[in-house]
Write a protein that binds this ligand. Structure first.
Ligand code: 9L3
Ligand code: MG
Length: 154
C-alpha cells in the first residue's frame, strides 16, 4: 500500500507520486467501555472539520503499521496505553474526501491502561449506541453508526 503524509503533497513531481499523494491513510479506534459506551472526540478549533465528533485516531506515518499508529495516536491524543493484542479489526472506510481519497481501517478496543483525557484540548464524550446519531460527525465516520449499533446492541 502506497501512501504519504499530507505535507508531502507539494513535493510530488511524478505521476506515481501524485497518485500516492491523493491517498490519505488514517487509522481510528472504537473504544468501548464496560457499559458498552463508545468514545467520541471532538475535533478542536483550528483543525479541519473543527467541532465534529469522530472516532479518535490520526494519520499513519510512513513505515508504521496501522495498529502501531493507532497505539501511538491513542497515547498522544488520549494519554492511554493499549496493548497490541487488545485491538480487534472492525471495518475499513474507503471514501473520497475533496481531492483526496481516505483509507481508514478501524479497530475495536475494550481494554486499555489509563483514563482517556483530551490531551490536545479536545472534548471527549462516552455515548451509547442510541446516542451516536445526535453527534455531528465527519462524513466518513457517519456510515459506521449502524455497524456499531449492531456490534453493541447485537
Ligand atoms: N478523519 C476522519 N475520521 C476520523 C479521523 C481520525 C480522521 N475518525 C479525517 C479527518 C482528516 C484526516 O482524516 O481529513 C486526518 O485526520 P487528522 O490527522 O486531522 O486527525
Ligand atoms: Mg487525530
Amino acid at each position: 500500500l502506497t501512501y504519504c503524509r499530507e505535507r508531502d503533497t507539494s513535493m510530488d513531481t511524478t505521476r506515481t507520486d501524485k497518485a500516492a499523494s491523493r491517498i490519505l491513510l488514517v487509522v481510528a479506534g472504537v473504544l468501548i467501555d464496560g457499559e458498552g459506551r463508545i468514545l467520541l472526540a471532538q475535533r478542536p478549533p483550528g483543525k479541519p472539520l473543527a467541532g465534529l465528533w469522530e472516532f479518535p485516531g490520526g494519520k499513519v506515518e510512513p513505515h508504521e503499521a496501522p495498529e502501531q499508529a493507532l497505539i501511538r495516536e491513542m497515547h498522544e491524543e488520549l494519554g492511554i496505553d493499549i496493548a497490541s493484542g487488545c485491538l480487534a479489526p472492525f471495518t475499513f472506510v474507503s471514501e473520497n474526501i475533496g481531492s483526496r481519497h481516505l483509507l481508514m481501517p478501524l479497530y475495536v478496543c475494550r481494554r486499555w491502561r489509563g483514563q482517556p483525557v483530551g490531551k490536545e484540548g479536545q472534548a471527549l464524550a462516552w455515548v451509547t449506541a442510541d446516542q451516536l446519531d445526535a453527534y455531528p460527525m465527519p462524513a466518513p465516520d457517519r456510515p459506521l453508526i449502524p455497524l456499531l449499533k449492531e456490534l453493541i446492541l447485537g
